[in-house]
Design a protein around this ligand. Structure first.
Ligand SMILES: Cc1cc2nc3c(=O)[nH]c(=O)nc-3n(C[C@H](O)[C@H](O)[C@H](O)COP(=O)(O)OP(=O)(O)OC[C@H]3O[C@@H](n4cnc5c(N)ncnc54)[C@H](O)[C@@H]3O)c2cc1C
Length: 548
C-alpha cells in the first residue's frame, strides 16, 4: 500500500456502545415510574449500538421494500417484499414489546418503559418504527369496539413477529396501520370520500382510494370512511377471516425522501370488508385516540434522532484533530455541540414527561390527561420543527464525511422532516395546541399548573412564563406557531429547571428563555450560546463511551 493511503485522523467507528447510556433518558425513566425496566432498556441499548444492528439498519435502507402487485400468472397478490434485515429489526422490536404490549402490562410505568425501549431502539433504524408505532397506537381506538378489542388486542400485544398474508386470527402476532389521508385531503380528513356501505350483520364494505397508507403489509388497518351516519372509523383486515383476500389493492409504493426502509402505499379499497369502531359519524373522535399515541411517538422518535445526531457529532469531534487541537476542544465547535446537546436533552425530558402523562392518563388520571392534551400538541409542533435544523448541524460537525451516506448522517437528515408532517403537519399541530388552549380550559389549567411547579427556581423561566401568560390572551390563528413554540419552550425549561442537569438547564434558560435582547443573546442557528455556558460538561453528557 503506498504511504499516501495511510489512514489517520479519522475517528474510530461508532459501534459497540450502549445507546441507553443516556443520563437524561435514564433519569426520566426512573422519575416517570419505570425504573424497574432499566435492565431491559440497557440490553436493548447495547443491541442498538452494536455493529451488527447498525449493519441491519444500513441494509434495510439500501434495499428498500418492493411491491409485487401480481404473481407470474397475473393474479393480484398485493404483497410487499422486504430485505431480511427489515424482518430482523422488526423481530427485535416486537420481541421487546415496543408494539402493543404495554397495553396488557398492568405495571405502573409500562408505557414509560415502552417509550424508553422505543427511544433507544429507534437509534438502530427509524423506518421500521412506523409499523411498531401504529400497532402501539391502535389499541386505545380499538377499545371503542370492545368485541374487536377482545379478538385482536391479545395478538397486537404478543411478542411474536409473524409476517405474511393470513387471516388475522390464525397468526401468532399482528401489526396494524391506519388509512386516513386521501388525495384531496389529509389534514382535512372530513374531505374523505371513501364510502362505507352497510352489508348486514354489522359489517360494512368500503370503497375508495387512500393516498398514504404506511406499512401496508400490516394485518389490520384503522380506516376513515363516509358511512350513512357520517365520517366513521372502521377496522379493516388485509385478509378476511375466511382466508380470502380483502378488497385492498396496493397501487404503488411512494418514492419518499427518507424513511426508505418502510413502505408507504397508495391503496384502493374495493368493497373491502370492515367492522365499525365507535359510533357512526364520530370517526374523527375515535381515530384521534390512535393519532394521539402516534403523536407521542413523533416526539419520542424526534428525541431519538436528536440524541443520535449529537452523539455521532460529539464522537467525531472527540477524535478528529484540526488546527492542532481536537475539534471538541475548539471553543466554537464546543458551542455548537453543546447547543445541539441542550436541544436534545430538552426534547428527551419533554418526551418522557409526556410518556409519563400517557401512562397515568390511561390509568384514569384526569389531570394528567388534561395536561397531555395541550402539552403534546405544542411539543409535537415545536420539537419536530427543530429536527431538520438539528440534523443538518449535527451532520455538518462531521464536515464532508457527514455528507457521505456511509456516515449515517444523510439517513438521519432525510428522516428528520417526517415527524413534523405526519399526524398533524406543523400548522395543524400548532392550531391543535391553540384549540386545546382556548376550548379546553381544564387543559390550559393543567398546563400552567405544571409550570407553576417550577416557579421561583429560575428568574428567566419565571419571566418567560409571565410573557406566555400575556401572549395567550391573544390566541389568534395567525399566531398559533408563536404560541405553540412559547408553550413548548417554557415546558422544556420548567422540566430542565426541576430535573435536568444544572449546566444544561442554565444554558437552556440563558439561550431559549432569557429575553435580554443584548449582544449575548442566542442567535438563529445552533452554536450561538451566550457566554458562560459550561460546554465541556454539557458535551460530555452526549459523548458516547465505546465498550467494544
Ligand atoms: C412518509 C409518510 C407516511 C405517511 N403515512 C400515512 C399513513 O400511514 N396513513 C395516513 O393516513 N396518512 C399518512 N401520511 C399522510 C400524512 O399524515 C399527511 O400527509 C399529513 O397529514 C398532511 O396532509 P396532506 O398531505 O393532505 O397535506 P394538506 O392537508 O394539504 O396540508 C398541506 C399544508 O397545509 C397546512 N395546512 C393544512 N390545513 C391548514 C390550516 N387550516 N391552516 C394553515 N395551514 C394548514 C399543513 O400544515 C401543510 O403544511 C403519511 C405521510 C408521509 C409523508
Amino acid at each position: 500500500m503506498p504511504p499516501t493511503h495511510e489512514v489517520f485522523n479519522q475517528p474510530p467507528a461508532l459501534t459497540g456502545y450502549d445507546v441507553a447510556d443516556d443520563p437524561a433518558m435514564l433519569a426520566a425513566l426512573r422519575r416517570e415510574g419505570a425504573g424497574w425496566a432499566e435492565d431491559g432498556v440497557r440490553e436493548l441499548g447495547r443491541l442498538a449500538g452494536s455493529a451488527l444492528t447498525q449493519e441491519l439498519g444500513r441494509q434495510a435502507n439500501e434495499n428498500p421494500p418492493r411491491l409485487r402487485t401480481h404473481d407470474r400468472f397475473g393474479n393480484r397478490v398485493d404483497e410487499v417484499e422486504f430485505h431480511p434485515a427489515w424482518h430482523e429489526l422488526m423481530t427485535v422490536a416486537v420481541r421487546h414489546g415496543l408494539h402493543g404490549a404495554a397495553w396488557r402490562d398492568a405495571r405502573p410505568g409500562a408505557h414509560v418503559a415502552r417509550a424508553a425501549g422505543f427511544y433507544v431502539w429507534g437509534a438502530a433504524e427509524a423506518g421500521h418504527c412506523c409499523p411498531v408505532s401504529m400497532t402501539y397506537a391502535i389499541v386505545p381506538a380499538l377499545r371503542e369496539a370492545p368485541a374487536l378489542a377482545g379478538r385482536f388486542e391479545p395478538l397486537l400485544a404478543t411478542p411474536e413477529y409473524d409476517f405474511g398474508l393470513r387471516p388475522p386470527e390464525t397468526k401468532r402476532g399482528l401489526l396494524a396501520g391506519m388509512s386516513m389521508t386521501e388525495k384531496q385531503g389529509g389534514s382535512d380528513v372530513r374531505a374523505n370520500t371513501t364510502r362505507a356501505v352497510p352489508a348486514g350483520s354489522g359489517e360494512y364494505l368500503l370503497t375508495g382510494h387512500k393516498w398514504f397508507t404506511s406499512a401496508p403489509m400490516g394485518d389490520l388497518f384503522m380506516v376513515l370512511a363516509q358511512a350513512p351516519g357520517g365520517l366513521s372509523c372502521f377496522l379493516l383486515p388485509r385478509v378476511r377471516p375466511d382466508g380470502t383476500r380483502n378488497g385492498m389493492r396496493l397501487q404503488r409504493l411512494k418514492d419518499k425522501l427518507g424513511n426508505r426502509s418502510n413502505a408507504s402505499a397508495e391503496v384502493e379499497y374495493d368493497e373491502a370488508l370492515a367492522w365499525p369502531v365507535g359510533e357512526e359519524g364520530r370517526g374523527v373522535r375515535t381515530i384521534i385516540e390512535m393519532v394521539n399515541m402516534t403523536r407521542l411517538d413523533c416526539v419520542l422518535g424526534t428525541a431519538t434522532g436528536m440524541r443520535t445526531g449529537v452523539t455521532m457529532a460529539a464522537h467525531h469531534a472527540a477524535h478528529r484533530m484540526a488546527f492542532g487541537r481536537k475539534l471538541a476542544d475548539q471553543p466554537l465547535m464546543a458551542a455548537v455541540l453543546a447547543d445541539l446537546a441542550i436541544e436534545s436533552e430538552a426534547t428527551t425530558l419533554a418526551a418522557f414527561r409526556l410518556a409519563g402523562a400517557t401512562d397515568r392518563a390511561v390509568r384514569g388520571d384526569a389531570q394528567e390527561a388534561a395536561f397531555r392534551r395541550l402539552a403534546l400538541a405544542a411539543t409535537k409542533y415545536w420539537v419536530c420543527k427543530r429536527a431538520p435544523a438539528h440534523a443538518a448541524e449535527a451532520l455538518e460537525c462531521l464536515g464532508g464525511n457527514g455528507y457521505v451516506e456511509e456516515s449515517g448522517m444523510p439517513r438521519l437528515y432525510r428522516e428528520a422532516p417526517l415527524a413534523s408532517i405526519w399526524e398533524g403537519s406543523g400548522n395543524v399541530a400548532a392550531l391543535d395546541a391553540l384549540r386545546a388552549l382556548t376550548r379546553q380550559p381544564e387543559s390550559a389549567e393543567a398546563f400552567f399548573a405544571e409550570l407553576d411547579l417550577a416557579a421561583g427556581a429560575d428568574g428567566r423561566l419565571d419571566q418567560a412564563v409571565t410573557r406566555l401568560r400575556k401572549e395567550v390572551s391573544d390566541p389568534s390563528e395567525a399566531r398559533a406557531r408563536q404560541l405553540a413554540e412559547a408553550m413548548a419552550l417554557v415546558l422544556q425549561g420548567a422540566l430542565l429547571v426541576r430535573y435536568g442537569d444544572p449546566a444544561v438547564a442554565d444554558a437552556f434558560a440563558a439561550s431559549r428563555l432569557a429575553d435580554d435582547g443584548g449582544p449575548g443573546t442566542w442567535g438563529h442557528v445552533f452554536g450561538t450560546l451566550p457566554s458562560g455556558a459550561d460546554t465541556a460538561a454539557i458535551v460530555g453528557r452526549a459523548t458516547p463511551r465505546l465498550t467494544g
